[in-house]
Design a protein around this ligand. Structure first.
Ligand SMILES: Nc1nc2c(c(=O)[nH]1)N[C@H]1C(S)=C(S)[C@@H](COP(=O)(O)O)O[C@H]1N2
Ligand SMILES: [Mo]
Length: 220
């Protein structure tokens, strides 16, 4: 990540933290909204953060970064990194559940919420799916309501540091309520669509819906 962005990010993060404190959200966090049994069936907790991907690590600098948001939207847009940072800052914490059975608790994310992106591009009424394309060629798909959830974001920071290249920096998607393969690293394009399009793992037998609480790991 280029140094000239760090001052700007810091400023935005401080503002976001203040907003949280004002709302009392730092006190309650999201713990109440978590399931009573924190670990979904068949998962085990890990303390490290494993790296999983299809084996290509693209090098995307903050300067080269462009995010295309297109498809069934009123205002298709291409954002560079600075324009992305101009959108409202968003912080949230969530657990990661990977289909390979590891879960990692309490990840603090900072970035742009899916809801503020939607506010910007205005999905049309007939948009029902959201399709992600990444710089390594990876693709994945979710239903629009799974994307437009209050805990979904495009993250550029994890635990107050820029997301590393191996974890999908400069910008990755985080969709906490679904198995982690639905969270595209190195996201390049977000397409709102009338029709579904199974992604890289979905066409290779992974479940299309990916809910860890009902163990939607693989399709029958
Ligand atoms: N672009 C891209 N995103 C991806 C993948 C990938 O191969 N390429 N793998 C997915 C899978 S299967 C998982 S479990 C998580 C892993 O993210 P992590 O390496 O940060 O733990 O990224 C998901 N997003
Ligand atoms: Mo995964």
């Amino acid at each position: 990540m280029a140094d000239d962005f760090s001052g700007k990010i810091k400023e935005k993060l401080i503002k976001a933290k203040q907003q949280w404190a004002e709302n009392g959200r730092l006190l309650t966090g999201r713990t109440d909204s978590l399931h009573e049994n924190r670990l979904p069936p068949g998962q085990r907790e890990v303390k490290d953060w494993p790296v999983l991907d299809i084996g290509i690590t693209p090098h995307v600098s903050a300067t080269d970064f462009r995010l295309i948001i297109d498809g069934e939207v009123e205002n298709p847009i291409t954002l560079d990194f600075e324009q992305l940072l101009d959108l409202p800052a968003f912080m949230t914490k969530s657990d990661i559940h990977c289909v390979t059975s590891w879960s990692r608790y309490e990840n603090h994310w900072q970035g742009i919420s899916a809801l503020s992106l939607a506010e910007l591009v205005k999905p049309m009424a007939d948009a029902r799916y959201v399709l992600f394309t990444a710089h390594d060629g990876y693709t994945t798909n979710v239903r629009i309501e799974q994307f437009l959830d209050e805990d979904v974001l495009l993250a550029h920071h994890w635990e107050d540091v820029p997301i590393t290249e191996e974890h999908g920096g400069p910008v990755r998607v985080v969709i906490p309520k679904l198995y982690f393969w639905k969270s595209a690293k190195w996201v390049r394009q977000i397409t709102f669509s009338k029709t579904d399009k199974p992604g890289f793992w979905e066409v290779r037998g992974y479940h299309n819906n990916a809910d860890p609480w009902t163990e939607e790991r693989y399709s029958e």
